[in-house]
Structures are given as structure tokens and as C-alpha cells.
Design a protein around this ligand. Structure first.
Ligand SMILES: Nc1ncnc2c1ncn2[C@@H]1O[C@H](COP(=O)(O)OP(=O)(O)OP(=O)(O)O)[C@@H](O)[C@H]1O
Ligand SMILES: [Mg+2]
Length: 235
């Protein structure tokens, strides 16, 4: 589903990701861990086509198509979704208008509204948040749930969640993780996290460890547990 070949990414002439080779398969959940500043968010933003991050060499192949140089909107249309580590707010635009614009023509506006309200209920998102400007005056945990709401409605093939579990209380985390676990059929998940707690509900098929822009270790959920116990020094 996603193949990265010798991917090297830089920002402001500094190389962040170097010669990365990786394959992510359909119906699998991958967890990406690594120390602060190791390049996890850079990797996620590059996959999504963020213009600041320059792909110096290598290829991104998604569903047998070379999407290396696609801009973010084309990558989204191809089926990639990124939930930001720090979700942005959009003054004057609520989630109904945001998603209506994002999926123009694909769904009837009334059916879309119903789907948003139904999903919000499942995610225990307060109704008043839906009518408010997107992410304005929204708490950290509420923002993370709204990210998942968008992902659910947009129905992408590759879902990248950058620290969706950070700053989220135990009950919200359970709601988020169980929702993810129930909706992973036919999709690929890449969950960037510093913690084990989300892995209790969303079982990872593979744990990847990034250090200095390279995948230095791969393993199963036990690797995540080991990291929590011993840190990255011994990896
Ligand atoms: N826009 C930018 N300008 C300059 N340097 C940047 C920029 N974005 C990222 N970097 C640098 O790239 C490196 C990797 O950052 P990145 O945000 O990808 O790390 P991370 O693994 O996601 O860390 P964290 O766990 O803290 O979220 C850091 O040294 C960071 O300072
Ligand atoms: Mg990050």
C-alpha cells in the first residue's frame, strides 16, 4: 500500500530523514516511536505533502502510484489523512462547512450532517463544538477527537495520527482508541506516540523506532513496552 524508497528529507538545508526504506501494508496498524526531535512529525508531514519539507531524493509509492511530488491536496485525494500533533483552528469555519468543502460532490449535505452528528456522538464530542468555529476555544483533548471525526468522515486509506493520545484523559483515550480499533478494516494506520497506553486498545502489528531520521529498530508491542521501561539509549 505504501512504499518508501531511499527517502531523504530536509528543511532549511538540514537533513532530517535520511535514506528511509519502509513498507506499510493494508489492514495493519503501525506504531512509530522515537525520541523528541527524531523526525517523526517531519516524516508524517512529508507523507502528507507539507511544502516546507523538501524531498531531496527517493520515492513515495502509494497504491502503486508514484506520489512523491504530489501536493497535499492531491495526497489527500489519493487517500492519505494526517491528524496533526497540534491541530490548527480555522476562524469562521465550523466542521460542517470544512468537511462539506473537503468532500464536495461525494456526499449529500444532509447525509453528511447526519454522519458528522452520529460520529460525534460515538466519539462523545459535545454538540455545541460542531457549530463553533473549527478548533476555536476547543480543549486539547476535544481537538484530538475532532481530528478523528474528520478522519472517519473523509474515509482515507492511510491514516496517520501524530500524538493523538497526548494531552487526552483516560476516558477520552479509551473512546478514541476503541473507535480506531473498530474502524481499521481495509485501512493502514500509522500511530505516532510516546506512550504505551493507546496500544492496549489498538493492537499494533509492528512497532517502528525512529532515531535521527532513521528506522533503527522494528518489533512487536513488546518493543514499545521495553522502550517505556528502559528509554531509547539501549535501543
Ligand atoms: N520547520 C522547521 N524548521 C526548522 N527545523 C525543523 C522544522 N521542523 C522540524 N525541524 C527540526 O527537525 C527535527 C525533527 O523534528 P520533528 O518535529 O520531526 O521531531 P519529532 O520526532 O516529531 O519530535 P517530538 O517527539 O518532539 O514531536 C528537529 O530537530 C526539529 O527542530
Ligand atoms: Mg512530533
Amino acid at each position: 500500500m505504501l512504499t518508501l524508497k531511499n527517502l531523504t528529507v530536509s528543511i532549511a538545508s538540514k537533513t532530517i530523514i535520511e535514506n528511509l526504506n519502509l513498507k506499510l501494508e493494508k489492514n495493519k496498524v503501525y506504531v512509530l516511536m522515537g525520541p523528541n526531535g527524531s523526525g517523526k512529525s517531519t516524516f508524517a508531514l512529508t507523507l502528507m505533502g507539507h511544502p516546507f519539507y523538501k524531498i531531496k531524493s527517493g520515492k513515495i509509492i502509494f497504491e502503486n502510484k508514484d506520489i512523491t511530488n504530489f501536493e497535499a491536496d492531491k495526497k489527500a485525494k489519493a487517500g492519505i489523512f494526517l491528524s496533526f500533533q497540534s491541530p490548527l483552528s480555522i476562524p469562521g469555519v465550523n466542521i460542517f462547512s470544512l468537511l462539506r468543502t473537503a468532500i464536495t460532490g461525494r456526499k449529500d449535505p444532509l447525509a453528511l450532517r447526519e454522519e458528522i452528528e452520529k460520529t460525534a456522538k460515538l466519539l462523545k464530542i459535545k454538540k455545541e463544538l460542531l457549530d463553533r468555529s473549527f478548533n476555536e476555544g476547543t480543549s486539547g483533548g476535544e481537538k484530538k477527537k475532532l481530528e478523528l471525526l474528520q478522519a472517519s468522515v473523509l474515509n482515507p486509506k492511510l491514516l496517520i495520527f501524530d500524538e493523538i493520545d497526548t494531552g487526552v484523559d483516560v476516558d477520552a483515550l479509551k473512546t478514541i482508541a476503541e473507535f480506531m480499533a473498530k474502524n481499521k478494516q481495509g485501512k493502514t494506520y500509522l500511530i505516532i506516540t510516546h506512550y504505551n497506553r493507546i496500544l492496549k486498545y489498538v493492537k499494533p502489528d509492528e512497532v517502528l523506532v525512529m532515531v535521527d531520521g532513521k528506522i533503527v529498530k522494528k518489533g512487536n508491542y513488546k518493543l514499545a513496552k521495553e522502550i517505556e521501561k528502559t528509554g531509547y539509549a539501549k535501543i
